[in-house]
Design a protein around this ligand. Structure first.
Ligand code: MV4
Length: 447
């Protein structure tokens, strides 16, 4: 096991990793920007090193500064958390060249799955269902038009370097396709420095279901079942849960087995998430492989009883997975609400400021993952997520009731939060019934 690791992140995920390290007996070095100086969670690290000014591009994203902190802190490994440098294959490669273990997949596996078009090809080769679409990149406008006629409109243009919904465009007809192609290419070039695009049939009214996987350095790969992340707004997930409602046993098994096949095919190691969309008929299609621990990992931890952060650290240190597929349970139902400091009355504009008063819910099956507290100043510089409220109960019905109770106990005053929206969703019959698709929020509350 590592003696000492660097936590290359901030906020709730930095705290989550610090907690796991403490339990493992691993010493920690935290990094912080000027905006996070003095944050309470930093006191839980053995050492904390400033890496620069508030702007992430000048601190948390600056590879030379993060590596310098790792050298000064004398660590053997870096945990990147999510966001920032977590899916930066170049960073993983720099860590390797500095003899620092990157707690995540190899830079090779990461750059492979970072190319969404290559990941799609590898999925198809591994008999993982993909959405009908282009075989490889789209080379010309004429090719795109003829392919769209074969597939039938609507079609979706995706950037090879994109992901998470960035750089996607729907086209409904020939004319729209031609201009969307130009726009998508220009946008992809500007955003990712790579104009490569590919085409898929647009799957309407999909549900978003993803499979958690874990792989060690000896080639053992397991899945930890699925999470349903359909309840989202503008590609920002609001609520995640496991098991996915209305997923029959055969589809669930097929999806989880497909995820494991793909992970093996790309020699992927550590924790990862294989993302699928499920159409209204229940057919599933591979979308992308996310090479990081995800925000919503706690719902999987609750139903499996497996600490995913500890597992990541252990497999990065070369330990074999301590469980087999048949040992991994899916017990009860877990739901997570992402609580953001945003103003639902002002189009979800970030609502930074000081938290004046805060009361955290508790009780059986209630988990609250957050770095904030009364007196904490929510910074305008970073993501607006300030807490995750997670519940675990024997059934989905009980989990919903428990979440409603916990949300009613929660008090956060001084900043506006998304809690009222969560309450509206939990009270909505379509959510209780479990039958929503990714367009639910925008359709139900157009403003
Ligand atoms: C799609 C799709 C429909 N058809 N691909 C959005 C996030 C990115 N990872 C993939 N996404 C989608 N890909 C095809 N061929 C619809 C989405 C999509 C979506 C997926 C998951 C969760 C929310 C979503 C919201 C809008 C669109």
């Amino acid at each position: 096991m590592f003696k000492r690791i660097l936590v290359a992140n901030r906020g709730e995920i930095a705290l989550r990793i610090l907690r796991a390290c403490r339990e493992l007996g691993v010493e920690t070095v935290a990094i912080f920007s000027e905006a996070d100086r003095g944050a309470a969670y930093l006191e839980l690290a053995d050492e904390a090193i400033c890496v620069g000014p508030a702007k992430a591009a000048d601190s948390y994203l600056k590879i030379d500064r993060v590596i310098s902190a790792a050298e000064i802190g004398n660590v053997q490994a870096i945990h990147p958390g999510y966001g920032f440098l977590a899916e930066n294959a170049h960073f993983a490669d720099v860590c390797r060249s500095c003899n620092i273990e990157f707690i995540g997949p190899s830079h090779l596996a990461m750059s492979l799955v970072g190319d969404k078009n290559a990941a799609r090809r590898l999925a198809a080769e591994s008999k993982v269902p993909t959405v009908p679409g282009s075989e490889g990149l789209v080379g010309s406008e004429a090719q795109a038009v003829s392919l769209a006629h074969e597939l039938g409109f609507p079609v979706l243009i995706k950037a090879a370097a994109g992901g998470g919904g960035r750089g996607m465009r729907v086209a409904l007809n020939d004319l729209a396709l031609k201009s969307a192609l130009q726009q998508a290419q220009a946008e992809a070039e500007a955003a990712f420095g790579n104009a490569d695009i590919y085409l898929e049939k647009y799957v309407e009214h999909p549900r978003h279901v993803e499979v958690q996987v874990l792989a060690d350095l000896d080639g053992n790969v397991v899945h930890l079942w699925e999470r349903d992340c359909t309840m989202q707004r503008r590609h920002q997930k609001l609520i995640e849960e496991s098991p996915a409602p209305h997923l029959d046993r055969k589809t669930r098994s097929a999806m989880c087995e497909a995820a494991v096949r793909l992970v093996k095919a790309v020699n992927y190691t550590n924790a990862g998430t294989v993302e699928f969309i499920v159409d209204p008929r229940g057919h599933f299609y591979f979308i992308e492989l996310n090479a990081r621990i995800q925000v919503e990992h706690p719902v999987t931890e609750m139903i499996t009883g497996i600490d995913l952060i500890k597992a990541q650290i252990r497999v990065a240190a070369g330990e074999p997975l301590p469980f087999k597929q048949e040992d991994i349970r899916q017990d009860g139902a877990a739901i997570e609400c992402r609580i953001n400091a945003e103003d639902p009355g002002k189009n979800f504009r970030p609502s930074p400021g000081v938290i004046e008063r805060m009361i955290i819910p508790g009780g059986l099956g209630v988990r609250f993952d957050s770095h904030v507290h009364a007196g904490y100043a929510v910074s305008p510089y970073y993501d607006s997520m300030i807490a995750k409220l997670i519940v675990h109960q024997p059934t989905r019905r009980e989990a919903i009731d428990c979440m409603k109770r916990a949300l009613a106990e929660l008090r956060i005053e001084g900043v506006k939060t998304t809690v009222p929206l969560h309450q509206k969703i939990l009270d909505h019959p379509a959510f209780s019934e479990g039958g929503v698709d990714t367009t639910f929020i925008e359709r139900t509350w157009p403003s």
